[in-house]
Design a protein around this ligand. Structure first.
Ligand SMILES: Nc1ncnc2c1ncn2[C@@H]1O[C@H](COP(=O)(O)OP(=O)(O)OP(=O)(O)O)[C@@H](O)[C@H]1O
Ligand SMILES: [Mg+2]
Length: 247
């Protein structure tokens, strides 16, 4: 066995361009983004409002079409897939966590967590299910409906739901945006653990330097371009980078 650290790439974008609308109304949301996201790493995407963070994430996740350039997840080239293949890829290889937790209100926590696997006709790996539930600390809440859970607990259900199918990558768009700082910290700590302990790959959009500091790496967008990045961020180095970005 090799003793050197091998870094696999989970997601890759080359020359990624996204234009909304046409003619005078055209908005150039992404202007040629080249970026690699390492497997089993936690990467944060930051940048001013309107800089293209959500657009980048949606294009990487196959939730939106690209105008030009290419996106790869593992060995799949998204830009070559038809709609049906894309739907399948999203279902089998990608997990999502949104700002609004997007849980089904009539289902219990456990049913919500198992739902995507059931839709895909797959069996939950019981050992993984138990491990995820332990890690998110939801064991005694599995029978509760979302309305009976705090915001932080609901988001942890959403995180567990994303993890349970072992996706090649989880995309999270401001997952702590609707949470108070304590619940937000819980969710972030859990995302951090799922990278370290379960080898999950996570790409997260955030506005919050404290949230970004949970990541291994932060990339910064401005006006649809990747303009800088930070390894092993701290809240202070993220803040400094954001100030430099605004200047
Ligand atoms: N469906 C759309 N149609 C037209 N323009 C769009 C659409 N979605 C996004 N845009 C534009 O593309 C640019 C990038 O938007 P995007 O949502 O990616 O920004 P963001 O960095 O996520 O911002 P925020 O921090 O406010 O969420 C913005 O100028 C936005 O107005
Ligand atoms: Mg956004």
């Amino acid at each position: 066995m090799s003793t050197t650290t091998q870094t696999r790439t989970a997601v890759v974008a080359r020359g990624l361009t996204k234009v909304y609308g046409a003619g005078d109304a055209a908005v150039h949301a992404l202007r040629g983004v080249d970026v690699d996201f390492a497997a089993e790493a936690f990467t944060a995407i930051m940048g001013p409002s309107g800089s293209g963070k959500s657009t980048l994430m949606h294009c990487l996740a196959g939730l939106d079409t690209v105008t030009d350039g290419r996106v790869g997840i593992g060995d799949a080239e998204l830009t070559r897939l038809n709609d049906k293949q894309l739907t399948l890829l999203r279902r089998e290889r990608v997990g999502f966590i949104f700002q609004a937790f997007n849980l089904l209100p009539t289902l219990t926590a456990e049913q919500n967590i198992r739902l995507p696997l059931e839709i895909a006709g797959r069996q939950a790996d019981q050992a993984l299910f138990d491990r995820v539930i332990e890690t998110v600390g939801l064991r005694d809440r599995l029978g509760h409906r979302p309305s009976e859970l705090s915001g932080g607990q609901q988001q942890r259900v959403a995180v567990a739901r994303a993890l349970i199918s072992k996706p090649q990558v989880i995309f999270a768009d401001e997952p702590t945006g609707n949470l108070d700082s304590r619940s937000g910290a819980e969710v972030l700590a859990f995302l951090r653990r799922s990278v370290r302990e379960l080898g999950q790959t996570i790409v997260m959009v955030t506005h919050d330097p404290v949230a970004a500091a949970y990541a291994d790496r932060v990339i910064f967008l401005r006006d649809g371009l990747l303009v800088s990045e930070l390894e092993r961020p701290t809240p202070q180095t993220v803040l400094d980078a954001l100030m430099a970005l605004e200047a």
